[in-house]
Design a protein around this ligand. Structure first.
Ligand SMILES: Nc1ncnc2c1ncn2[C@@H]1O[C@H](COP(=O)(O)OP(=O)(O)OP(=O)(O)O)[C@@H](O)[C@H]1O
Ligand SMILES: [Mg+2]
Length: 314
């Protein structure tokens, strides 16, 4: 891989458009000093000194597509609260083109970490399920955006934003678009007809059960592929790299990371890179080693969960 030259130029990739649909989140980090135990309860008092906000959920996926040099539109539903405005500010700086539906009843999904003495003391999650009417208008918006995007990427975080995913897949496939999905949950039938799903090991296991050999895995993956009428299943396997199961069989590629610092978000980077390269005209088989490489780069970084064009194709 290292000796291989870039399969496409930065200018070509800059023309590639990915439509990302799913659940957006705001990742918040509050850092502070811990000087004493609370007089009210046996818990530390954290005096907040610094705050950091990051794009999370499918906004992080879209950010990865933009970071590697492609264009990303982001279709999602948010509330009308502080978090949604913080998200909008971050998106405005990111290069992502947002299409946000607003649901005033909705609490924008936030994961707030409280960090004191270099460790996470608590995580607070704020979320609720978006309303059906807002999601229906999102489907209309989706239909309008579809013609301009060769690749649709659904990033399912199980927060309810993809209630109409099956209809959107059908419309996209009818329009001859590639549909890539990062799945969640125990019911994959809702992804039927997609081009490719990218479960990790635990996500695949939840749906097809465990496997004791590569042979058994292959049988199970191909059965799932046929049952759901998918072109391919891309199993991401953390330190084992990834395996693509498609009509030609199975293609495996070993993990690339030299040193591992932070594995969170590697799956987002993988599917975003895959989508960007497919949107630029590559096949899944051609794009897969580069997506694997992107995953390997990102786990070697602390904090920043994105990979640039230069880093990927250096
Ligand atoms: N420990 C690791 N060592 C080397 N490469 C890794 C490691 N973890 C992840 N990767 C790379 O990142 C890819 C995706 O990782 P993984 O299968 O863990 O996805 P994931 O569980 O969906 O991640 P997340 O949901 O946290 O974003 C792997 O296929 C591999 O290329
Ligand atoms: Mg994942």
């Amino acid at each position: 891989m290292n000796a291989q030259k870039a399969p496409l130029s930065q200018a070509q990739l800059a023309q590639a458009k990915v439509l990302v649909v799913g659940d957006v989140m705001l990742d918040r980090y509050w850092y502070g000093a811990v000087d004493r135990i609370s007089p009210e309860a046996p818990v530390p008092v954290v005096r907040i000194t610094r705050e950091e906000n990051r794009l999370g959920g499918c906004a992080n996926v879209a950010f990865n597509a933009v970071s590697v040099g492609a264009q990303a539109s982001l279709l999602s539903v948010v509330g009308d609260d502080e978090a949604s405005h913080l998200l909008q500010d971050l998106i405005a700086k990111s290069g992502i083109t947002p299409y946000f539906g607003r649901d005033a009843q909705l609490k924008t999904t936030v994961k707030l970490r409280i960090i004191g003495r270099q460790q996470q003391l608590l995580r607070l999650d704020f979320e609720n399920t978006p309303q059906n009417e807002v999601l229906s208008s999102q489907t209309q918006q989706f239909m309008q955006l579809l013609p301009d995007h060769p690749v649709v990427l659904f990033s399912d975080y199980g927060k309810g934003g993809l209630a109409h995913v099956t209809d959107m897949i059908a419309a996209a496939r009818k329009a001859k678009k590639a549909v890539l999905i990062d799945p969640k949950g125990s019911d994959f039938s809702r992804y039927a007809g997609a081009t490719c799903i990218t479960p990790n090991r635990a996500e695949l296991q939840q749906v097809v059960g465990g496997w004791n050999s590569e042979e058994e895995l292959s049988t199970k993956a191909h059965n799932l592929r046929q049952k759901l009428k998918l072109d391919a299943v891309l199993l991401t396997r953390s330190e084992e790299g990834m395996t693509l199961f498609d009509a030609r069989g199975a293609a495996h590629i070993a993990a690339q990371a030299r040193e591992v610092f932070d594995v969170t978000g590697a799956g987002d980077t993988v599917i975003a890179t895959l989508a960007a390269l497919v949107a630029a005209g590559m096949s899944l088989r051609e794009a897969m080693p580069w997506a694997n490489r992107a995953g390997g780069v990102v786990v070697g970084k602390f904090g920043t969960a994105t990979v640039s064009y230069e880093e990927l194709f250096a």
